[in-house]
Design a protein around this ligand. Structure first.
Ligand code: GLA
Length: 751
């Protein structure tokens, strides 16, 4: 039983394979949070909640007359409300018609749903497992007549609990939600470190580990999208937690818009974490009987360190977030023309591109920016989703036919939520651009944002995108988003409801995506936002993969893909081999190193095949075939970070099948030094007693191998076998690099 209810003790315990989550209704009706962590017996854990009069922490009116030790300011609770005596960070804030804000929730009832809940108009995890259930706990502010339903999705086998809430206005007055976050998580103590993933354009999801101090630590976005600046996820852990061991809690938001993730350590060392839509620019009006449901949070707990968190998230995102035909299917090896041609192409060039690609074993040709409207640079044309037949020299039907006749499938780029002032769409509908009346809007990449919160704009986009997809018989769509929102205002809503716009914008994007998926069920959509600027579980519900970064420098990609891997599986990370010197950094790297790094992702190329040497072409032919063979292991099994990119010399990682039969190890030297210290890697996920053989090595130069002893060479040639235990404890050391940015990849198989 994954949901255990003890009516006598008034406890609710949620159990997954190895975790438990407990809450309890106390004698005053407050829903206390009493445990989240390791699975325990079914004791009532509220005994550990201390009560004490600590001064300046007030008491609810009916209690305070006789008990000054009972204060909402001190108790661990399931949901933190603003204004009624809890002064810590809050998750829910309501404003009444008279302008006041105070909410005090007490227990009302509960319900168990046999299935995982859905959230109307928003992405949410789903389940086909009949053991996965939902607990709904209803709380009420009796004086204001407001009902709050807390939803808990319990994924027993996956060790995941999801949360969201619905706020219903049962009163006769109109209320305003000023904060409708998704969850509060309280800890009656807490010496925590927090891992967050910060970044920038071309440098997304860098790992930061911070000790939580007294005060509030927060990350978030007010940019209209989740953004590359802070990813909507975090890991809370003990001071001694590392990759392999230690307690850790993982959280990820299933939402692509503005968010706030805040953590407060209070004066008596209790820790509160709150996550939800960013309240800064948010308000939502609720008339009588209307309700609002917040986006979902995914939660997990492990004792197995960061790799434990990553394995849970990777499995969950692959099985319970990503949907559709491409969920578990190997993605096509693609070639994208962006870094190959930028805006300078015509139909003939594209067809030659596709022919070359076919000869190299590539399966999909993606036509990036510049095929529509008057789009010959990044100053004009966005919004005019009509093929530029003059530039292409043909119609979209003809281009689609020519590409397909080469033997590769056809993909195309869109940036639906944007418009240029220099476009027919803007000239016709200036009011569709996000801007404040009588105020010049901020430009970014010389473009404005389309007001996708509006239904008419959504419908325009659906019609135009679908017409192009149908005309070109297109099977892949790259969905880009290249600026942040500001000047937020929509002409479709009255003054008092402007605070709804940013959330409606995100829901508008989701609605368009849902339409496309419905009408083109085999379409593979790759998300993108100037690279990985909107990399979150909300987008992954619609787009099984996301372009990880515009930065295709393989050495820079090491830290980007490393940081991304803490929460997101390799199958979701678009990764391409590009030209050298690299267009973003000017760095020169070996072709094989670019390949090794891109193979730990949804693999492809982003260069002009006509400029390749015959040696490089031969490598692509071999690598494309290799990838097709090993992609299942690379993308859909367990991923281990072996050496972080912060290691002084090399980064290494491993993908291993869940049955421990086969592992693929990749290593890249980011520094070459004279008289190098040996670098050891200890493999993970193998069966200790089983024998393993190295079955192939890629990119391993004979010169580098010759520096090893005979025995070591025989191990790498697969002539000497080692046990799993040996490989995981003694490990292997990496043959020295023979040049800067050298790399290798090898496979270990059980015999
Ligand atoms: C963004 C994307 C790139 C490319 C360009 C086209 O920067 O991240 O991959 O599609 O737009 O303008």
């Amino acid at each position: 039983m994954s949901i255990i209810i003890d009516e006598g003790k008034r406890t609710f315990t949620l159990e997954t394979r190895s975790t438990a989550y407990q809450m309890k209704v106390d004698e005053h009706g407050t829903l206390l949070h009493t445990w989240y962590g390791k699975k325990l017996s079914d004791d009532d854990l509220s005994y550990a909640v201390l009560r004490k009069d600590r001064g300046l922490s007030g008491n609810p009116h009916d209690v305070g007359l006789y008990d000054r030790t009972y204060s909402l300011d001190l108790l661990p609770q399931e949901i933190a409300c603003y204004g009624a005596g809890d002064y810590r960070i809050s998750t829910l804030r309501v404003q009444y018609e008279n302008g006041a804000s105070a909410l005090s929730l007490t227990y009302d009832s509960y319900e168990i749903l046999k299935e995982k809940y859905d959230i109307p108009d928003l992405p949410a995890s789903y389940s086909y497992d009949r053991n996965d259930k939902t607990l709904v706990v209803r709380l009420k502010d009796v004086e204001a007549d407001i009902l709050v339903e807390l939803y808990y999705g319990v994924f027993e086998e996956k060790d995941v609990i999801t949360r969201t809430m619905r706020i219903c206005n049962l009163s006769d007055q109109a209320i305003k939600l000023l904060n409708a976050g998704s969850m509060t998580l309280d800890f009656t103590g807490g010496d925590f470190d927090i891992l967050t993933f910060y970044g920038k354009w071309a440098g997304e999801r860098q790992v930061q580990r911070t000790k939580l101090q007294h005060g509030v630590f927060s990350i978030g976005s007010v940019r209209g999208a989740s953004s590359p600046h802070y990813n909507p996820s975090c890991i809370l852990c003990s001071e001694d937690t590392n990759e392999d061991r230690g307690e850790a809690y993982g959280l990820a938001f299933v939402y692509s818009g503005e968010f706030l993730l805040a953590c407060e350590k209070d004066g008596i060392d209790q820790t509160r974490l709150s996550l939800g839509i960013h309240p800064d620019n948010f308000s939502w009006e609720l008339l009588k009987d209307e309700s609002f449901m917040s986006p979902e949070v995914i939660l997990t707990y492990t004792e197995n360190g960061f790799s434990g968190i990553s394995h849970t998230f990777h499995d969950f995102i692959r099985d319970n977030i990503v949907r559709g035909a491409w969920q578990h299917t190997r993605r096509p090896v693609l070639i994208n023309n962006w870094e190959g041609t930028y805006f300078y192409f015509n139909g003939e060039k594209l067809i030659r591109f596709a022919e070359e690609a076919r000869d190299l074993g590539i399966e999909l040709f993606v036509l990036d920016d510049g095929w529509f409207g008057n789009r010959n640079d990044d100053n004009a044309g966005l919004g005019d989703w009509v093929p530029n037949e003059k530039k292409l020299g043909m119609t979209m039907e003809e281009l689609g036919l020519c590409i397909k006749s080469t033997g590769v499938s056809f993909g195309i780029w869109f940036e639906p939520e944007m418009v240029n002032e220099d476009s027919d769409l803007f000239r016709e509908h200036p009011q569709w651009a996000v801007s404040i009346p009588d105020r010049k809007p901020n430009l970014s990449r010389n473009q404005l944002v389309l007001d996708v919160s509006r239904r008419d704009v959504q419908d325009y986009l659906i019609d135009h995108i679908e017409a192009v997809l149908a005309a070109g018989d297109i099977s892949y769509l790259k969905w880009d988003f290249n600026r942040s929102l500001c000047d937020k205002f929509t002409r479709a809503l009255p003054r008092e409801r402007q605070g709804e716009m940013a959330h409606m914008f995100v829901m508008g994007t989701y609605r368009i995506l849902e339409h496309l998926i419905h009408d083109f069920p085999n379409l593979l959509i790759e998300g993108c936002s100037s690279g990985g600027g909107r990399f979150d579980c909300g987008m992954l519900y619609y787009t099984p993969q996301i372009w990880t970064s515009d930065n295709t420098d393989p050495i820079e990609r090491l830290s980007i893909q490393y940081g991304t891997s803490f929460i997101y599986p390799v199958s979701t990370m678009g990764a391409h081999v590009s030209a050298s010197p690299n267009h973003q950094t000017g760095r020169e790297t070996p072709f094989k190193t670019r390949t090794v790094i891109a193979m730990s992702g949804a693999f492809g190329y982003e260069l002009d095949p006509e400029k390749l040497s015959s040696e490089e072409k031969a490598m692509i032919r071999k690598d494309a075939e290799l990838y097709k063979e090993i992609a299942d292991t690379l993308l859909y099994e367990d991923y281990y970070r072996l050496l972080p990119p912060t290691h002084p010399e090399a980064a290494a990682w491993e993908q291993v099948t869940k049955d421990g039969r086969r592992a693929i190890v990749s290593a890249v030297w980011h520094h070459v030094r004279a008289n190098m210290a040996p670098v050891y890697i200890k493999l993970r996920g193998l069966k200790g007693f089983a024998h393993y053989r190295i079955t192939f090595t890629e990119g391993h130069s004979p010169e580098s191998l010759s520096r090893l002893t005979d025995t070591q060479q025989k191990i790498f040639k697969g002539e000497i076998h080692l046990k799993g235990d040996t490989l995981m404890n003694v490990g292997l050391f990496l043959p020295e690099p023979v040049r800067e940015f050298d790399s290798m990849m090898f496979m270990v198989e059980r015999i």
